[in-house]
Design a binder for this molecule. Sequence first.
Ligand code: ARG
Length: 459
Amino acid sequence: EKELLWQSRFSEPFDREALLFSSSVDVDKALYQEDIKGSIAHVTMLSEEAILPVEEARLIIEGLEEIEQEISSGALVPDWEDEDIHTVIENRLKEKIGPIAGKMHSGRSRNDQVATDTRLYLKRTIDELRSALDALKSLLLEKAETYRHTIIFGYTHLQRAQPISAGHYYLSYFNMFLRDNQRLDDLFKRVDISPLGAAAFAGSTLQLNAQRSMELLDFSTLFENSIDAVSDRDIIIEFISACSIIMMHLSRFCEDLILWSSSEFNYLEISDAFATGSSIMPQKKNADIAELVRGKTGRVYGDLINILTIMKGLPLSYNRDMQEDKPPLFDAAKSTISSVRIFSKMLAHTKLNEERLTKLTAEDLSLSTEIAEYLVRKNLPFRDAHRITGKIVSHAIESATSLPNIPLETYRSFSELFDSDLYDALQPEASVNTKQSHGSTSFSSVDEQIKNARKKLNR
Ligand code: ARG
């Protein structure tokens, strides 16, 4: 039986099943590097403040550095019976250097310790996620450049609506992921606050130099209130919210890719390297990677509801419930980072079926807005123009023809205002390029957007 950190006031040993139930080692062992980094900073500060003799601090720090090696090499496997990763490390240190190990915890509680570990982990993880998003954004810019003169359908209600530049489409996602990045930048400032020195929640009688611990750990600011420092998990909630929004964006994008790669649409081809087949239907090519990213979105939303519900109604300050913050945090981080990465790789290996898109957009009724706007340019009120065009569309459907194939005299039977220049407007490319408004789909607007996006990318 191992001795637990808090055992001495108890006369009976902790029930083994209760220990198994409450042990977090299997999850929080992922924090061992942060935990050791935090302990080294704390011990360094203690020795600088003469709370701990320099020689003892040196022993502790060397021991901690060895333990980090032992865990990363697999020589030391964290044991669940140690209750949590903080105890695993302290118990191992005691084996190595004896009772001096116990001085590492002077002026500290596992409450500010775990809050420190979590913030260090979040800083590292936000950086990883930001780099993954940066790579996705440069890819989207590349796609926008490659396909800026390719015309595709824009949809509303999943009905063909108006022709657009494919570059415009990719840039819309660029802007969404740019805001996701900005959300992380903003969140980072609130994560970058050291809670070390708050102790259990009320502070310490020792002359701790929390400012110094903060500097040693590369945090930018220091907590203001020791209760707040150990009691809240709002940064985890904010991080998983940001992950949820990223996943929502990815999931919508995936939905387009899944639809557009089906035989019904056949607008694009996902490369074989990112598709799967069927064990029974030999012809099948499925967009499983996109489906899994869409599926993992639900999982990350679950993580968000998970942590929100854990925190709801907890009395101040620390409660053991809060140990349950790590499974949703780690799951959301892993799911989101891996989704952004694999999605980018898949998208890089996806090609638009340009020939088919060119053919389809040229014949489609989605050019009808051009007819209405043509009449508006001839001074007709838009409502009248819309009504006349609706009749023309219905004529085209009844006679199974396309708008460019309706003869001029037929157009003129709907309105005298039509002239042969109408046919110039009835080209997808003309439709796209006559858009003059800000941020629109015209090639020149798309070029402008690419230029601006590039500046934001290289900020
Ligand atoms: N494993 C715990 C957690 O993650 C560490 C803090 C334990 N503190 C306590 N007062 N029992 O929350």
